[in-house]
Design a protein around this ligand. Sequence first.
Ligand SMILES: NC(=O)c1ccc[n+]([C@@H]2O[C@H](COP(=O)([O-])OP(=O)(O)OC[C@H]3O[C@@H](n4cnc5c(N)ncnc54)[C@H](OP(=O)(O)O)[C@@H]3O)[C@@H](O)[C@H]2O)c1
Length: 216
Amino acid sequence: MRPYVLVVSEVSLDGKLTLSKGASSKLLLSSMEEEAFKYLHEVRAKVDAIMVGCETVRIDNPSLTVRFVSGKSPARVIPCSTGDIPLDSNIFSPDAPTFVAVSKRAPKERIEALKEVCSGVLILGEERVDLELLLSELYNMGFKSLMVEGGAILNYELFRLGLVDELRLIHIPLVVGGQDVPSLVGGQCLELPVKFRLRSHFKRGSQLISEWEVVK
Ligand SMILES: NC(=O)c1ccc[n+]([C@@H]2O[C@H](COP(=O)([O-])OP(=O)(O)OC[C@H]3O[C@@H](n4cnc5c(N)ncnc54)[C@H](OP(=O)(O)O)[C@@H]3O)[C@@H](O)[C@H]2O)c1
């Protein structure tokens, strides 16, 4: 068993997650209206846990909390094979529990240091974090819904493994361009494209939001 997995992304009209390679998505998000932020935070407040890849933690330093609406911040989960996350990252704030998932490659001292600043370190997988095992572990810990907020590499792995149930996009009215700029799903070409059914589309402020269910 695994949690219901919902990928939520803020994307430009050409599907980019940032304005340039290695840049914080906060620059892209400066074109997002407050009503759209409220939508994002409403979704955060409804899920049990939220996950981002560790490159997003290193580049964006997000806190992943609920701030624009009232509600409880979900537990935070960060897959990071070697545990290479700055120990003063905002995800370790006291607002919600944070779990870091590492693989057997993670140095022992690193695991001990992480244990000092987070609620738990899960060791799952040989080289990289085993995402299927991680999701099953999260379900057993009581997390029945999981929101994933990118980035491109984590999204790719979850789609590749067939672990996504739903996709929600907050469309940013910009075209960014650039082959090396991360888009919604990175990695290699998927063996089979993932199919979706449009569930709803609406505006928050003047921004389009679309909600899609994966066709299984
Ligand atoms: N617009 C948006 O909605 C949005 C949201 C999030 C991020 N972003 C942007 O996206 C960019 C970062 O995305 P990214 O694609 O470079 O990185 P990412 O998806 O955030 O993180 C990828 C990292 O996660 C770790 N990981 C551990 N186990 C994994 C597994 N089984 N599968 C996949 N990853 C695993 C890997 O690092 P290790 O090898 O160290 O384990 C991997 O390099 C930033 O520029 C950020 O601003 C935008």
